[in-house]
Design a protein around this ligand. Structure first.
Ligand code: BTN
Length: 255
């Protein structure tokens, strides 16, 4: 257990060799009443890493798998925006490693390099439904994994910092940069709201203004991605109608 002080969040880092999921461990600490804001659970690997929409998340050695516990005093509608805010924070942090196209974000909160996913965020609430007491921000970043350890099915759609740059990264340095960036954007959001961050989100989003397909649990929508609105919704002009959507997976359409 190590402590690291930055301007505002009092980070408390807990490093584990292996967990089922850092999000699950974070929620366990919350249930046990041991969850100060700024607690960070890191695991070298996860046996049952969780992704968005009920998917599993491959978490071998060589990746950065961690969960941050926060206690924002926000309404649910604002908490939802935090997942977009943190996507900007992560892409800013990775961008600061200098070599990427800054247009890394895929709505709502995936981070891509050269068309392949490098990082994802899983936000979980714990506490009352209307007023989230605790927020668990689970972040997975493919750092030093090679193609083989990304897994056979994933090599086409996922990548790692190592694969894209041929450079080996110090995990601690990547973690620090991401935590600093998260802190910066978190307080910017608490202080000034979403609007400026939304502008940055839109400039970092690679499918805005393009033809996309959104696959949702209730079917697919195709059309021009017009906007990301103030509530974080994806706005698509399908030709027949303007659709405002709050969940799904974006795919770029060719051409
Ligand atoms: C996604 O893009 O589907 C979200 C992936 C989130 C993965 C991270 S790894 C650390 C934390 N613990 C988990 O079980 N999941 C998140």
């Amino acid at each position: 257990k190590a402590a690291l002080s930055t301007a505002r969040l009092d980070w408390k880092l807990h490093l584990f060799p292996e967990l089922d999921s850092t999000n699950e461990m974070a929620k366990k600490l919350i249930r046990e009443g041991q969850a100060a804001e700024g607690t960070v659970i890191i695991s070298r690997q996860q046996s049952r890493g969780k992704g968005r929409r009920g998917r599993s998340w491959q978490s071998p050695l060589g990746g950065l798998w961690f969960s941050i516990i926060l206690r924002p005093e926000l309404a649910l509608s604002e908490v939802v925006l935090l997942s977009l805010v943190f996507a900007v924070a992560i892409s800013q942090a990775l961008d600061s490693f200098q070599f990427f196209d800054p247009q890394m974000i895929k709505w709502p909160n995936d981070v891509y390099i050269n068309g392949k996913k490098v990082a994802g965020i899983l936000l979980e609430l714990s506490g009352e439904l209307e007023q989230a007491d605790y927020l668990v921000v689970g972040i997975g970043i493919n750092v030093n994994m090679d193609r083989a350890s990304l897994g056979r099915g994933l090599a086409k759609t996922a990548t790692s910092l190592w694969e894209e740059s041929g450079t080996y990264y110090q995990m601690g340095e990547v973690l620090l940069r991401v935590l600093q960036s998260i802190e910066e954007y978190y307080y910017e959001f608490l202080k000034n709201g979403f609007e400026d961050i939304r502008k940055e989100y839109k400039s970092r989003c690679f499918h805005l203004g393009k033809m996309i397909r959104l696959d949702t649990p209730r079917g697919s929508v195709e059309g021009l991605n017009l906007n990301i609105d103030e509530q974080g919704n994806l706005i698509i002009d399908s030709g027949d109608s303007i659709e405002c959507l709050n969940t799904g997976d974006v795919a770029l359409l060719a051409g």
